[in-house]
Write a protein of this length. Structure first.
Lengths: 388, 182
């Protein structure tokens, strides 16, 4: 029982404080943040670090999330490394400027705590807040645990600055944001080497006679999207490289997709975020009872690593997508994305879309395990199924 | 895996107690996961805190539906909905001046009252029952050990460190261990 768990670099932290540790190590220059439940502990911890001199961030607390993002874009355009954090309504209030940030190619890192949007009012884990921002030109990562959130926020700066696109990292309210667990804190020097300062092409400043985002004609606007397309196409490789270097440094895998017991799996659960942890237990239970099940965890959702997904699911007969989100009129967002990604594939798996945990309702081991029996020999339906 | 649920009223310290238990068990070498949902919680409304303890990393990220140990800050909260979260033969440590027979129960639960209020008063802690209940939990469930529990209280008590420690030790001395299924 006296395993060497309690070591100097291992701290008991909740997911939000783990994010603040990661941000502190990434040494952003500026962080404009507006508080909102359940994100606030990120801001509180950053203020705590800053006030104790543990980090040198210029913290701004503007009057709204819209202003926070406006400040983030302006600061980033000067060449500064910029971080912000929000959740739910706050992210939705930023929506207009999310497009602006990506169009202006500002490599901002935003941490979003996934929470139900109003109405009705709620505070519960649900990913529709960030998934409904999927077309804003931001790279999106989803995290399963406080440790992964710390690791991901550091990697996010590396990805953002390599491709000049903003990156949003997401974790679920409460199950990750407020879950207190042992978290390993990486060495500050190691993180500094992992995140070298890259001089940016555009750096607005007093002596710069340039403007950014000024009105342009149709063809030039069109070109900006072609350039973003090229940048997005580089993201998978860049995040793969960042992930494997991180694994070499810390021993913790951080690939865009994670596979758990997928070898020879006849049934593969596909999900994102906190539910992946519960699915691991389900997969072990099913395997013990002779059912060949596996988990495919999507860590990089935007851009979705389509070729890697097609490759991973070749030979699988049944994919069960667990969506902790609901897009009215269609269903689960990951379900739609996966179906589109597998389009035209030879012998594709049947794809079963499950709305599991929408609104933060509990999704226990038993109800996930039951889906394997329900779907194993069933026809897929175009419609998603609400999981009880 | 040991699964624990703590129930209190907003402001009583159930969430803090969950984190203190987690800290103590962590220093004893266990993997822990402590989480709570508070949403619209205000002072006085029921708040639960959940804690998983294991010898290997904890992967589950769903609610605890069958706890083997429960800690209740207020016997007026001891209702059916709360007791349904208890697994077969679970131990329920409850802050109450009543006899065990006078408290709600179901099945083969072992309901263990401790008069946290009286202990808090005797130790100049006013109405703050947190440390007394942690001592009672440590005595009854046997995890965490009293030394680890006291170390954490010493490190985390915002004021009245000696009074908190005395309340914890007094409650610990008053209760007997009960075997808990893990």
């Amino acid at each position: 029982m006296n395993a060497p768990l309690f070591t100097e670099d291992l701290k008991l932290l909740n997911g939000n404080h783990a994010v603040a540790w990661g941000v502190c190590l990434a040494e952003p220059d500026v962080a404009p943040v507006y508080p909102i439940t359940p994100q606030t502990p990120i801001l509180e911890k950053l203020i705590d670090f800053e006030s104790r001199g543990a980090c040198q961030i210029e913290l701004l607390t503007p009057e709204s999330e819209h202003s926070a993002m406006a400040a983030a874009i302006a600061a980033s355009a000067t060449g500064a490394r910029v971080f912000t954090a929000t959740s739910s309504q706050g992210l939705l209030l930023m929506h207009e400027l999310l497009h602006y940030a990506s169009g202006a190619r500002t490599p901002i890192v935003l941490f979003n705590v996934n929470r139900t949007p109003a109405a009705p009012w709620g505070f519960w884990p649900d990913q529709i807040d960030s998934l409904s921002q999927r077309d804003t030109g931001w790279v999106q990562l989803y995290s399963e645990s406080p440790q992964e959130s710390l690791d991901s926020v550091i990697q996010a700066f590396r990805i953002a600055e390599a491709v000049n696109l903003p990156v949003m990292v997401n974790h679920d309210a409460f199950y990750v944001s407020h879950s207190v667990e042992p978290v390993s804190i990486p060495d500050a020097g190691m993180v500094r080497d992992f995140l070298p300062r890259i001089p940016r092409e555009i750096q607005l400043g007093d002596g710069t006679g340039r403007s950014l985002g000024a009105p342009i004609d149709q063809a030039a606007w069109n070109l900006t999207r072609r350039e973003m397309d090229a940048a997005m196409k580089r993201v998978e490789n860049v995040s793969e490289q960042a992930g494997s270097e991180w694994e070499r440094l810390t021993g913790r895998p951080s690939a865009p997709l994670e596979f758990y017991r997928c070898e020879d799996a006849e049934i593969v659960y596909v999900t994102m975020g906190s539910m992946s942890g519960t699915v691991r237990e389900v997969v072990d239970l099913l395997r013990e009872s002779g059912v060949p099940a596996g988990l495919l965890k999507v860590r990089l959702f935007r851009p979705l690593p389509v070729q890697a997904l097609r490759h991973a699911l070749a030979g699988t007969s049944c994919a069960i997508v667990l969506d902790r989100n609901y897009s009215p009129g269609t269903g689960g967002v990951l379900h739609q994305e996966l179906k589109a990604g597998l389009f035209g594939m030879e012998n594709p798996p049947r794809v079963h879309g499950m709305l599991a945990g929408v609104g933060g309702v509990n999704v226990p081991v038993g109800s996930i395990a039951k889906l394997a029996a329900d779907c194993r020999n069933a026809e897929q339906t175009a419609e998603p199924v609400w999981v009880e | 895996m040991l699964e624990i649920i703590i129930l209190g009223r907003g402001g009583q310290g159930a969430q803090t107690a969950g984190n203190q238990l987690a800290q103590a068990l962590f220093t004893e070498g266990y993997h822990v996961q402590s989480f709570s949902t508070y949403g619209g919680a205000r002072r006085g409304t029921p708040v639960t805190s959940s804690l998983r303890v294991d010898t290997r990393p904890i992967r589950l990220r769903c609610n605890i539906s069958s706890a083997s140990a429960l800690l209740c800050f207020d016997d007026s909260l001891l209702d059916d909905a709360f007791l349904k979260l208890a697994g077969d033969g679970a131990v329920v440590v409850v802050n109450s001046a009543r006899e065990p027979e006078a408290l709600p129960s179901r099945g083969n639960l072992r309901v263990v009252p401790v008069d946290g209020k009286a202990i808090a008063r005797r130790n100049n802690m006013g109405k703050v029952v947190n440390s007394a209940l942690l001592g009672a939990f440590s005595a009854t469930v046997g995890k965490p050990g009293i030394d680890a529990m006291c170390r954490v209280i010493k490190e985390t008590a915002p004021t009245k460190v000696q009074e908190n420690l005395a309340a914890c030790r007094e409650a610990y001395g008053l209760l007997q261990p009960v075997a808990v299924e893990v």
